[in-house]
Design a protein around this ligand. Structure first.
Ligand code: CS2
Length: 493
């Protein structure tokens, strides 16, 4: 037996069901990047209000891969979300989807759906690299082959920007008011960033279209937070046992969830405030806090934990050095760079992050978080480092995170085994690290030369170079455990 509309009433009583009739949903949202994070986050919030307003069903779009669509379509778009921690699991079946499309299979169909007047929001979780921008400056990568393809052929767009602008262009031609674009990725000022990129892209297509987007399209920024590891076969087996039927693509996540959104929607929005979403005037301070405290320490512990042979975040947190490093990063080095948020319990937030990382039921692989470091480092660590350098403060613990990434992208771990480095710049990183050899000064000089990551200020800042080189030299000569211990001992004294 498999999860689907036909089997929904056979679910055990302890699995929550949707309160609405999934057959009655209309599409109000098109979501680009129908991956695990979206399904555990925005889809769950929306699912909770569809009984009151079924006009906000979500048409899910995969920009490349058909796997998820193939798995979930036979289930009528239904899937299980299992929120787990040391005390057990809370499961619910989510039924927020009105259909699933794979963009390259039917680009014309997708653009037609985007032009449907019923579609009032187009949201995105396409990961950092899905924005086709230079992470250090935020500028559009106009020489990116997919961007060049889309600029030349907007009928079959491949990129997020191509799809968004093609949809907006079609609406403008048809006299349909534009949808609101809702960025839900871990980027600073994600809405403003996406707006700048869409405007530049549109400018290259048709300056008149760019002006129209500038004048009429809203791009609210959001802060999104929920830890959602990639689904494994063990997850599939555990969920099947618990719900008494097969689910080809369940999601296993943590109980915690947070969504902070700027209330700036031109064609209305779901009453998300009734289901826990926080609406604020300016998301920037929330986003900065989350990117630096959570994602900054997450990446640091992913690189160093991986190097210590720890496959998951919870296991990495069992390393005393890592647990202390993460805590001291949050309290000593990152905290002072954050603007005050009135009425917000920053200490409670940091404490809860530490507890979330220790969640023993979540198998969040350090390797997964280590992915795409070139796209993540700038907003997770380098911005914090710049602020501390500007204030004349030390950066030794933060430098350990950057050096951890450098050590990781050499592609060989401490036992001599190969590391499967996944990154859009992986080949270039490999060439640079191979040419430099395992020598800290040479590696730092080669890798900081990647301007898309480090900009033009950090590669010439002796305080930055010195701190990273010291940390990397320790990682290479002492190993990750001793390098962390040594840095912590010195930072304390
Ligand atoms: C993680 C994030 O994979 C990663 O890089 O740091 O996906 C993290 O789990 C989420 O941002 C939590 O909200």
């Amino acid at each position: 037996m498999r999860l689907s509309l036909a089997t929904l009433d056979r679910l055990p009583a302890d699995v929550a069901h949707p309160a609405h009739d999934p057959r009655r949903l209309a599409t109000g949202i098109v979501h680009l990047g129908w991956g695990a994070f979206h399904r555990a986050h925005q889809a769950v919030y929306t699912d909770a209000l569809l009984a009151k307003d079924p006009s906000w069903g979500i048409l899910g779009v995969s920009l490349r891969n058909p796997d998820v669509r193939d798995a979930v379509t036979p289930q009528d778009g239904l899937y299980t979300v299992s929120a787990v921690d040391g005390s057990g699991a809370a499961r619910r079946v989510v039924a927020a989807s009105t259909g699933l499309l794979v963009a390259p299979e039917d680009p014309a169909g997708l653009i037609a759906r985007l032009a449907d007047p019923g579609v009032r929001i187009v949201s995105t979780t396409v990961t950092e690299k899905g924005y086709s921008h230079d992470p250090a400056t935020g500028a559009l990568r106009e020489d990116d082959p997919d961007i060049r393809h889309d600029l030349a052929d907007l009928v079959r767009p491949r990129t997020t920007l191509g799809v968004l602008v093609a949809g907006l262009k079609r609406r403008r031609e048809a006299g349909v008011a534009p949808f609101t674009v809702l960025a839900c990725d871990n980027l600073p000022a994600n809405g403003r960033t996406l707006r700048g990129l869409a405007l530049r892209f549109a400018e290259l297509v048709d300056p008149g279209l760019a002006r129209w987007i500038e004048d009429t399209v809203k791009f609210p920024s959001t802060m999104v937070d929920r830890i959602v590891p990639a689904t494994t076969d063990a997850d599939r087996a555990a969920v099947a046992a618990a719900i008494g039927m097969e689910d080809a693509w369940p999601i296993v996540t943590e109980p915690f969830t947070q969504w902070v959104v700027e209330d700036d929607f031109s064609l209305g929005r779901p009453a998300w405030e009734t289901v826990g979403v926080e609406f604020v005037e300016d998301v920037a301070p929330y986003e900065l806090m989350k990117l630096r405290l959570l994602n900054g320490t997450h990446s640091t512990l992913a690189y160093l934990g991986y190097l210590m042979g720890r496959p998951t975040v919870a296991e990495a947190m069992q390393e005393p050095g890592i647990a202390r490093l993460v805590e001291e990063l949050m309290f000593e080095e990152i905290g002072p760079t954050l603007p005050p948020l009135s009425g917000f319990d920053l200490d409670g937030y940091r404490r809860s992050l530490l507890a979330r990382y220790r969640n023993p039921a979540l198998k969040h692989r350090t390797w997964q978080i280590a992915m795409d470091g070139t796209q993540k480092l700038p907003q997770r660590l380098l911005g914090t480092i710049r602020d501390r350098l500007a204030a004349g403060r030390p950066i030794d613990r933060l430098a350990l995170g950057v050096a951890g990434w450098m050590r990781y992208v050499t592609g060989v771990d401490e036992t001599g085994a190969a590391i499967d480095v996944r990154d859009p710049l992986a080949e270039r990183l490999r060439r640079l690290t191979d040419a430099a050899g395992p020598v800290a000064a040479r590696l730092v000089s080669a890798l900081t030369g990647v301007g898309e990551i480090f900009g033009d200020d950090l590669p010439v800042d002796p305080r930055f170079l010195g701190a990273v080189e010291t940390a990397l030299d320790r990682l290479l000569t002492l190993g990750a455990r001793a390098a962390v211990d040594r840095t912590l001992a010195e930072a304390r004294s």
